[in-house]
Design a protein around this ligand. Sequence first.
Ligand code: NAD
Length: 352
Amino acid sequence: MSRPSHILVTGGAGFVGSHAAEFYAERGAKVTVYDNMSRVSSLETADETRNTASFNRDYLEENYPEISFIDGDVRNRKRLFDVVEGHDAIVHTAGQVAVTASLNDPHYDFQVNAEGTFNILDAASAAESDPAVVFASTNKVYGDNVNEIPVKEVNSRYWYDSPEYNDGIPESLSIDDCEHTPYGVSKLAGDLYVQDYAARNEVDAAAFRMSCIYGPRQFGNEDQGWVAHFAISAKRDEPITVFGDGKQVRDVLYVTDLIDAYDSFLSDPTNKPAVFNMGGGPENTTSLLELLEILGENHGWEADVTYDEWREGDQKVYVSDISRAKEHLNWKPKVDFNEGVERYAEWLSTIE
Ligand SMILES: NC(=O)c1ccc[n+]([C@@H]2O[C@H](COP(=O)([O-])OP(=O)(O)OC[C@H]3O[C@@H](n4cnc5c(N)ncnc54)[C@H](O)[C@@H]3O)[C@@H](O)[C@H]2O)c1
């Protein structure tokens, strides 16, 4: 078991990718960030402070001048084949990240998430440096099957009404015979290619089906990154629309815990499963209303909330069963939700 020393981080100027780049740069590894800096265009309300990619890129350049930056697109196969060679690990986070945008432009979503992930795996398999790959997949690959699980209402939240799911959703939940979204499908295609390349021993690779990840340098909006979106909006006295009744529950994972899990896989990828559900698990859950309450009580950030219709396909409860990751990656979340929100709020106060 040894930690990789030459890491390529696609989407490294994004929220998750910049934390991966920082983690490895801190540990003396050679890091290459490959990002097309497109994040800003996915934010219709973008302004200077919400330009995630340039903010995170500036942060990395200031603090880790030894990181190399390549302005590149994962749709560019030829470029990737050149860039991947020489790296012994790839953290693949570049992606079209929002369900809403995927509905507006499913072809672009397909090209970036499905084909882009295929390109990464193909380039990794061709490279003589034999890089292991982790792919930032999503719990959305389960589509509407997660909504087949009965739920009950308990005070300010919903919860599973079936003891079978007390530990959350396992990797064995079916991905078939249900509605998906273009985003869910394009990510699932990437996820299946990861499994295929791993099963054929072409690449040591794993798909991490991530629930809500949050932490410093995340600029959420209504479409993606809701913990950050709620905190930023509440702090700025900007209105928040809650779709549904706000009792929907998610497990949430602090970003550095996610990177620890990636690192555990990349440092010892042989004979590991190719799929992991990844989130805070049953011990780190919150409903939307509960987060709003914490922001108000602990920080005086009282949100101006209006309620709207449920969004189609929205999950009343999604909690990851993280038993497999605990067992095979010798990993568990270290930062609990309350501590994580404190850290996020602290960071937010330093930038505004
Ligand atoms: N943050 C979460 O809660 C969460 C949950 C599940 C899955 N994911 C997945 O994790 C990954 C990272 O998410 P994030 O929150 O850091 O998003 P992010 O938008 O902050 O980062 C994505 C980065 O990818 C870059 N990018 C987009 N298209 C690209 C392309 N074609 N070529 C090269 N670079 C490109 C963007 O410029 C951006 O810097 C995404 O793939 C997302 O789908 C995130």
